[in-house]
Design a protein around this ligand. Structure first.
Ligand code: 8YV
Length: 325
């Protein structure tokens, strides 16, 4: 009914930017605050018209979405939306929005930080100083350097381009592999990942997660990368065959790895934690107050546009706007 506030379900943590931004305009049902999750879902299922998702670990699949017959929009936090079945949503007239662009530079900063930490062993050196070992002997020279490396980008989307720009400024040659060559990108393109892995010594993974990229970095790719090889994963844990990586690190098939993401995060395999020669970040990619606020705001703005009957700001490609008939 015109003028009536639409019912919106909030799945995930009730972040202030999201709650304060939405509350004046919608009736917000916070799943996280429900004493009985199923009871709340049953009570609101018939009236919920949009869902805000703030955890990328919550699965928003057909089983979940079809509980809400009036569902029109799912506005999810994060650029990655492999936790939402966007194809199913598109086929059922539901728009999915994510939060692209506003995190590009932050994630690219983190990628360079992780690369430098891994190549030059900065976290290990810091641990060495804190352990009081410096007065006895200087920290050993790092085995690796960026100075003689070529980075093979696995993925050359918006964040990939921001990372490549930084690498250029660092004087590091860049080549790339993606499903197809990117228009307007001058870096050398490899149609086959394994060929690129053979030619470079450093892989920077920044592709979307999901079925299409599952275990893309496998035993064969790691072997092609070789004993001087360094793997940096800024994408999703699912993109790397984790057991194959653990094996390659143990056997020194590759030199090292810098990982921001894991298959079952926040659980990280014990074998990785016990390895001193790799660098592990707790999914820090976009993790600053500044950037997370911008992402939260975009979750809100996509829903406010919808509530005002306007087009979504950032629909995902599977649910284009206007919807295809
Ligand atoms: C999220 C991310 O913040 O945007 C993405 O896809 O991976 C991060 O920026 C992270 O998933 C936290 O849930």
């Amino acid at each position: 009914m015109a003028g009536e506030k639409p019912d919106v379900l909030l799945v995930g943590n009730a972040k202030p930017v999201i709650v304060d931004g939405l509350s004046p305009h919608v009736v917000l049902h916070k799943l996280i605050e429900a004493k009985d999750r199923e009871a709340l879902l049953a009570a609101v299922a018939g009236k919920v018209r949009a869902i805000a998702v703030t955890y990328t670990s919550e699965r928003i699949g057909p089983d979940f979405m079809q509980r809400f017959p009036k569902l029109e929009q799912v506005s999810t936090f994060g650029v990655g939306y492999d936790h939402v079945d966007a194809k199913w949503a598109g086929a059922h007239g539901i728009t999915v929005t994510n939060t692209p662009e506003v995190l590009n530079e932050e994630v690219a900063d983190t990628a360079l930080g992780l690369l430098l930490c891994t190549v030059r062993e900065f976290p290990q050196a810091e641990r060495y100083l804190r352990a009081g070992k410096w007065p006895s002997a200087a920290y050993p020279l790092s085995k690796a350097t960026l100075r003689d490396r070529t980075v093979g980008m696995v993925g050359m989307g918006r964040i990939g381009k921001a990372i490549a720009r930084r690498l250029e400024a660092f004087g590091v040659p860049v080549v790339y592999h993606s499903r197809k060559p990117q228009a307007g990108v001058a870096y050398k393109y490899y149609p086959k990942l394994v060929d690129m892995a053979r030619d470079v010594d450093t892989l920077m993974v920044i592709v979307p997660g999901g079925a299409a990229t599952q275990n893309l970095i496998n035993k064969e790719v790691l072997e092609a990368l070789g004993p001087n090889g360094i793997l940096i994963n800024m994408a999703r844990g699912s993109v790397v065959d984790e057991p194959a990586l653990i094996e390659a690190l143990k056997a020194r098939t590759i030199l090292s790895a810098g990982l921001d993401v894991f298959v079952k995060e926040p659980q990280v395999p014990k074998e990785l934690i016990e390895m001193e020669h790799i660098v592990l970040f707790p999914h820090l990619g976009s993790g600053s107050v500044y950037t997370r606020k911008a992402m939260d705001r975009l979750v809100v703005d996509n829903l406010l546009a919808w509530a005002a009957g306007k087009p979504p700001l950032t629909p995902v490609p599977e649910t284009p706007w206007p919807p295809k008939k």
